[in-house]
Design a protein around this ligand. Structure first.
Ligand code: PMV
Length: 306
């Protein structure tokens, strides 16, 4: 029976999470942690992933493709991932994208990225309330750039290399936080509108400063972005403490990344200081120095496989 495998990267949202759900642009980069999915033909109908039910993003993405391509295969999926789950690094999107790509290789032997994105988005809907599409887009296309719901993902050519990712150790559910922001926006329409405008301005300034690699200014923009996220209620005590720890350790700026409520914090500093800052933060946190701007979805099928 045939097998195929594919991998896709996790992501960090540098600026603009949550506001992107409400139509704003956000800046996002892929990171050097990947999820891999192997799909094996089983000879029995259905898509199976051991330990998970029908409502898993990888299963839904694979099934969507099988149906769309009228590909009558039964598949068993195996997932292995370097991306920590439920902490804002796009783990479920990377798994859904890798699953769609592995399935696609078995059905049509090619990596059509728009089909992969469509299938992975269906998978994401199962666990994320109203996904903007940012996570699945970056996992599919890789690199770094701007995403908005109306224009999709536009890759940009900037040379941002590394940042630190701290895990607060508190898992949370993206859907719950997206709902919380929706309630905030409905109860405080004028305030939310003003916050959206400030958030958009931050993204515009960041695009400018990314071109010139002004890490200090970018760090300050992160602090401003974090303040807006705090105002809409998606920060937490753990995040605030982690942000302060990063700043005290010498980072230019720090903010939550992804949905917040817990999960991960990112910190920006001069590249030659990152190791030292990471070392001091490791006394309390699990810290990754992540490389940014990596390859999107790719085949991991050994060339000798049928
Ligand atoms: O925490 P994550 O990796 O699920 O990121 C979610 C990003 C949000 O902007 C909060 C939601 C979205 O769909 O864009």
């Amino acid at each position: 029976m045939a097998k195929a495998a594919a991998s896709a990267p996790g992501k960090v949202i540098l600026f603009g999470e949550h506001f992107v759900v409400h139509g704003n642009p956000a800046l996002v980069s892929s990171i050097s942690l990947r999820a891999t999915v192997e799909a094996s033909e089983t000879g029995r109908e259905g898509v199976f992933l051991e330990g998970f039910g029908e409502d898993n993003p990888a299963v839904v993405a694979s099934k969507h493709l099988l149906k769309k391509l009228e590909c009558g295969k039964g598949l068993e999926l195996k997932v292995s991932s370097e991306i920590p789950q439920s902490v804002g690094l796009g783990s479920s999107a990377a798994v859904a994208v890798a699953s769609a790509a592995a399935t696609l290789q078995l059905c049509s032997n090619e990596l059509d990225r728009s089909l992969i994105l469509e299938a992975a988005h269906e998978g994401e809907k199962v666990i994320h309330y109203t996904p903007s599409g940012i996570d699945t887009s970056i996992a599919t296309y890789g690199g770094a750039g701007v995403f908005s719901k109306s224009s999709g993902y536009r890759k940009m050519d900037f040379d941002l290399r590394y940042l630190l990712i701290l895990n607060t150790g508190k898992p949370r559910r993206t859907g719950d936080l997206v709902r919380k922001v929706k309630v905030f926006s409905e109860e405080n329409p004028d305030r939310f509108k003003a916050i959206l405008m400030s958030a958009e301005r931050i993204v515009e300034d960041a695009i400018d400063k990314l071109k010139s690699q002004d890490l200090e200014f970018l760090g300050k923009l992160m602090n401003r972005n974090q303040e807006l996220l705090r105002l809409i209620g998606v920060s937490s005590r753990e995040i605030d403490e982690a942000v302060s720890a990063c700043l005290n350790a010498g980072a230019y700026g720090a903010k939550l990344t992804g949905a917040g409520g817990g999960g991960c914090v990112i910190a920006m500093a001069d590249y030659d200081k990152l190791d030292k800052i990471a070392e001091s933060l490791r006394k309390k946190y699990s810290v990754i120095k992540a490389a940014l701007v990596v390859e999107g979805v790719r085949s991991e099928t050994p060339t000798s496989s049928p």
